[in-house]
Design a binder for this molecule. Structure first.
Ligand code: XUL
Ligand code: CO
Length: 438
């Protein structure tokens, strides 16, 4: 018996069910365009928000019953948490989970103790994974909570802090590898600055570039076949985070020769904090060839911070799901619920209700996207808009056959007078809306 045992295993019961602890749309074995729903969504429950977060905020302490939390966390507490976490994962029917090193292990004070404690819980996690069949989508090291990281981890002004970060990442990458993790994530929460006045920007970026190169070197040394992912976010906790969005990460990867080695883990609420649409970030990553995985959540449109709420608006997610369906799905990535309960959601059932709502939202968006891609009208509308590029003129420009001068000469000679044409934006928007019927 754990905190989460009071809820029966969550099953698909269809849209008519009156049971709130059932899936209405997510039917894991339902085939959508040749692939099981579970294999399209590859959803994960995150350890930190679901099992490690006690519901505190900057004005108040924890509200959620999480009896395994405390300072320090002992091995017994870490094991009690693991028991509860895997009970929840199994009852929810989650195929994957994600974790930070410090989420799962007993508190450590020295680098040696850190490695030992992680190793100790890893064996327990491995046993739980084997008996439950739950897989690891990704692991990551927490390089932002401990006071030592206040000035940054890989961008710290202190090389001993940098070495501590290396210890944590090495340990967590190796643990992720041994647990069969499909990706390894780096979110640089403290890799940025609060003031440029005390910051050597060039030095910090070079340190960070070297750190990421070491991670990639180590990945190959140990034979980890998963994907290394950087997670963009513009700010919070720092005023400016170096990995502010997909474009900034891509520029960084190119500068340090890592664009073939590292991809991105895109989070909805991070995209919106950066003033960008989530689907823009996904489109940018696909364009640059660095799309990896998704942290699914949402912000509050009237709050300017990372509220990490569970997604509940399928229509908002359809433009992203259309892209995913066009690509045939994730490769090593998945949808990780990097989302947390509100402070008043104190009952164990609330964690189930939150995830069920989120998973059904993804399933709705997937079904709508599959219909849109099958129907083809959106793709035709787009193709029609670029039709001119199939002409002789378009082909010659694309093939690089014309110089600036020859092109301008041609325009003058032919007297080009192109008339404005409809972009059909309203039609495209209506098309998305009318397919959202699940
Ligand atoms: C923080 C965030 C992290 C990363 C993992 O905003 O998204 O939880 O996903 O470190
Ligand atoms: Co995240």
């Amino acid at each position: 018996m754990t905190l989460f045992s009071s809820v029966e295993p969550v099953r698909f019961e269809g849209p008519q069910t009156r049971n709130e602890l059932a899936y209405r749309v997510y039917d894991k074995d339902r085939i959508v365009l040749g692939k099981r729903m579970e294999d399209w969504l590859r959803f994960a429950v995150c350890y930190w928000h679901s099992f490690n977060w006690p519901g505190m905020d900057i004005f108040g302490s924890g509200t959620l019953p999480r009896p395994w939390l405390g300072i320090p966390v002992t091995q017994a507490m870490a094991e009690q948490k693991l028991e509860a976490a895997f009970d929840f994962l199994a009852r929810l029917g989650a195929p994957y989970f994600t974790f930070h090193d410090v989420d799962v292990m007993a508190t450590a004070t020295t680098p040696r103790e850190h490695a030992a404690n992680l190793q100790r819980i890893e064996e327990r996690i491995a046993a739980k994974m084997a008996s439950s069949g739950v897989k690891l989508l990704w692991g990551t090291a927490n390089l932002f909570s401990h006071p030592r990281y206040a000035g940054g981890a890989a961008t710290s002004p202190d090389p001993q802090v940098y070495a501590w970060a290396a210890t944590q990442v090495r340990g967590c990458l190796e643990t992720t590898h041994r647990l069969g993790g499909e990706n390894y994530v780096l979110w640089g929460g403290r890799e940025g600055y609060d003031s440029l006045l005390n910051t050597d920007l060039r030095r910090e970026l070079d340190q960070y570039g070297r750190f990421l190169s070491m991670v990639v070197e180590h990945k190959h040394r140990i034979g980890f076949k998963g994907t290394i992912l950087v997670e963009p976010k513009p700010f919070e906790p720092t005023k400016h985070q170096y990995d502010r969005d997909v474009a900034a990460v891509f520029a960084f990867l190119q500068r340090y020769g890592l664009a073939q080695e590292v991809k991105v883990n895109i989070e909805v609420n991070h995209a919106t904090l950066a003033g960008l649409d989530f689907e823009h970030e996904v489109a940018a990553a696909r364009t640059y060839g660095i799309f990896g995985s998704i942290d699914i959540n949402r912000g509050d449109p009237r709050n300017g911070w990372d509220t990490d709420q569970f997604p509940n608006n399928a229509q908002e997610l359809v433009p992203t799901l259309v892209q995913l369906v066009q690509d045939g799905g994730f490769t090593t990535g998945g949808f990780n619920f990097d989302a947390k309960l509100r402070r008043q959601s104190v009952e164990p059932a609330d964690l189930y209700l939150a995830h069920i709502g989120g998973v059904d939202t993804l399933a709705r968006a997937l079904l709508a996207a599959a219909d849109i891609v099958t129907d083809g009208a959106l793709e035709r509308l787009r193709a029609e808009r670029y039709r001119g590029w199939d002409s002789d003129l378009g082909r010659q420009i694309s093939a690089g056959k014309l110089s600036l001068a020859s092109l301008s000469d041609l325009a003058v000679e032919k007297g080009f007078d192109p008339a404005p044409r409809s972009g059909r934006q309203e039609l495209a928007e209506s098309l998305i809306a009318r397919h959202c019927k699940y």
